[in-house]
Design a binder for this molecule. Structure first.
Ligand SMILES: Cc1ncc(COP(=O)(O)OP(=O)(O)O)c(N)n1
Ligand SMILES: Cc1nc(C(=O)O)sc1CCOP(=O)(O)O
Ligand SMILES: [Mg+2]
Length: 211
């Protein structure tokens, strides 16, 4: 049997007060495979403090803790890995630095970038944005067929990201995404992040049942 599709949680770009408690509640609400700390534009010491505060919360719950953008800091701080975009430095160097840890690489909507990432030993390839998102200015739009093609041809796991909610994730799960990555669907859920995790888990499970 194939591994089930799982939720991949990305932090808000700026952490609100009391975020550690919200994170614990979210992770206690259901299944989360991975947490990515994504603090855009925060100074290095603020990112270090956030890692120290949040990584134990994730790791205590067996949730892999990845750092966005900075493979060297991820290795130095003992994170479980890093997520790098196409502009985030030397991927091959990062692969060496993160030996035994997780390396994920953004591939937008591009088959060639994904095959390159797979060849250099990425642990997952990320495709997106699948839907309009207000979390960041996404300049690429990925089609669902990309996930189908990738999962039929390659064994490296895929992550789908960008504007994904409980209401629209079904086709991505059925197309073979291994992880569904979200920011807003959890952190902006009207009933709070725990409800957001529950809603995403239920939608992923329902789609997987119908796959
Ligand atoms: C899981 C996941 N996929 C894609 C991205 C985007 O990475 P990148 O293109 O480097 O953009 P920023 O996140 O750095 O703005 C991601 N972070 N996580
Ligand atoms: C961080 C990120 N990367 C994207 C990409 O397309 O590579 S879209 C995105 C934002 C995801 O946030 P939300 O779930 O709120 O849409
Ligand atoms: Mg980046």
């Amino acid at each position: 049997m194939e591994d089930p599709c799982r939720l991949y949680l990305v932090t808000p770009p700026v952490l609100p007060p009391g975020f550690a408690d919200h994170l614990a509640a979210a992770l206690d609400a259901g299944d989360v495979g991975c947490l990515q700390l994504r603090l855009k534009d925060a100074p290095r010491d603020a990112v270090q403090r956030a890692i120290e505060a949040l990584m134990p919360i994730a790791q205590a719950r067996d949730v892999a803790f990845l750092l966005n953008d900075d493979a060297a800091l991820a290795a130095e701080m003992g994170c479980d890995g890093a997520h790098l975009g196409q502009q985030d430095g030397d991927h091959a160097g990062a692969r060496r630095l993160l030996k035994g840890r997780i390396l994920g690489i953004t591939c937008h909507d591009n088959r060639h970038l994904a095959m390159q990432a797979g060849e250099l030993g990425a642990d997952y390839v990320a495709f997106g944005a699948f839907f309009p998102t207000t979390t960041k200015e996404a300049t690429h739009r990925a089609p669902v067929e990309l996930l189908e093609w990738w999962s039929e041809v390659f064994t490296v796991p895929s992550v789908a990201i960008g504007g994904i909610t409980a209401a629209n994730c079904g086709p991505l799960v059925r197309a073979g995404a291994d992880f569904i990555a979200v920011v807003g669907a959890v952190w902006n859920h009207p009933e709070g992040p725990a409800a957001g995790v529950r809603a995403m888990n239920a939608a992923i499970a329902e789609a997987a049942d119908g796959a």
